[in-house]
Design a binder for this molecule. Structure first.
Ligand code: HEC
Length: 87
């Protein structure tokens, strides 16, 4: 009986975890590159305008800053798209 309780409790916790995780990633998917840039990149420094660097330079910068900001694939792509719009 005790074992069953543990299994039920674990399943409930896992279900909650899955629901919370999918909500968080849905939120990231809803966000624009501009929002993600403000939230993730401006923690450490001010943002130069998109026109400050070329598309190729942005790619290099974002590859470095992606590690600093611990960005996911989706966040990285959206921010890069946003920064490259300017030129
Ligand atoms: C954890 C802190 C941190 C985060 C988060 C961060 N940066 Fe930076 N960033 C730095 C530091 C420190 C430097 C200066 C040293 C260097 O270039 O490594 C820098 C430099 C830069 C520069 C200047 C490069 C140059 O050659 O003048 C740009 C542009 C930049 N970051 C963009 C971004 C973008 C875009 C993001 C979000 C994806 C981001 N940063 C997230 C810390 C951070």
């Amino acid at each position: 009986m005790k074992r069953n309780k543990i299994i039920v409790t674990l399943s409930i916790l896992i279900t909650i975890g899955v629901v919370v995780t999918s909500c968080v990633s849905a939120k990231i998917n809803d966000k624009t590159g501009s929002q993600l840039w403000t939230e993730n990149c401006r923690r450490c420094h001010n943002s130069p305008p998109s026109s400050a660097f070329t598309n190729v330079q942005w790619e290099v910068i974002n590859t470095h800053m992606r590690e600093r900001g611990l960005l996911t694939d989706v966040e990285y792509k959206k921010i890069l798209d946003f920064m490259q719009q300017g030129d």
